[in-house]
Design a protein around this ligand. Sequence first.
Ligand code: ATR
Length: 273
Amino acid sequence: MMDQYAVVGNPIAHSKSPKIHALFAKETGQVMDYTAIQAPLDEFFGVVAAFFEHGGKGLNVTVPFKEQAWQIAERRSSAAEKAGAVNTLWRDNDGVLWGGNTDGPGLVRDITTNLNYSLKRKRILVLGAGGAVRGVLQPILETQPAAVIIANRTRRKADDLATLFAGQGPVEAVDFSELGGDFDVVINGTSASLEGDVPPISPDCVKGASLVYDMMYAPQGTAFLHWAEAQGAARGADGLGMLVEQAAEAFFIWRGVRPQTAPVLDALRSFTL
Ligand code: ATR
C-alpha cells in the first residue's frame, strides 16, 4: 500500500492541499497518496486516532482543528508549542505522535524567498490576534525585525499575545485607532476578508508600507488587498504562497525531501484564473 497522508478539516472540499502535495510528490518522485478528510466537528480525535491506527503516515490539520491537534500531539516542536496550534502530525520511529506548526515558517519563507523581501530591521504591523496570528509570531520575530506591532479589534487578545511573545523579540500591542503611518510591512492575519470586511485602520498604515500581505487567499483578491491597493499601497501579496510553503515544510518533515515550490505556485495561479 502507498504511504497515506491527508488533510483534516471542516469544511474541507475546497482545500488545495491534495493538489499541492500531488504536485510535490510527482516533482520529487515520491510514491504517496494524499487525500482530504472532513472530520465531524466533535470527532476530530477519533478521526486522527483511526487514521494512524490504519497505518497513516502523516496529517495536515486545518480550520477548526489546529488547537485540538496541539492537544492530541504527544510531543511538539518548539514553534508549535508556543503557537498553541498544530498543522502537521506524524509518528516517529518509536510510534510517538509529533505535532509541528509549519504556518509561520511558510509565511516567512513566502515573504523572504518568493517575494524576495527581507523582514530584518523592518517595522511590521500585524492585524489580528487569533489563532492564525499566534501561529506565525515566533517565526516572524526570528527574522529580527525592528518591531512587531499587534493590533486587534479586541484589544485584550493583542495584549495577551504581546505578553506571551515578549521574550522572543520586540513586540507590542496597540488599538486600531492608535495606528499611524510608520510601517514597512502590514500583515493582515484577521479573518475579516472572509466577510468581505477590512479592519478599521488608517489608510496611512498601508500607504507608506513597502509590502502589504494578506494571510488569506481568494482567487479574485481579498477585500484587504483591494482596499490597500485603492489607498495607494506599493505592493500586495495574498496567502497562496504561504499555503504552498507551509505544505512544502510539512512534506519535508514527512519525506525528508524539500520540493521546489515555484512551479507549484505557478500551476495553482494559472489553474485558478
Ligand atoms: P483565526 O484562526 O483565523 O485566527 P480566530 O481565532 O477566530 O480565527 O481569529 C479571528 C481574528 O480576526 C481575530 O483577531 C478577530 O478579531 P477579534 O479578536 O476582535 O474577534 C479578527 N476579525 C474577524 N473579523 C473581523 C472584522 N470584521 N474586523 C476586524 N477584525 C476581525
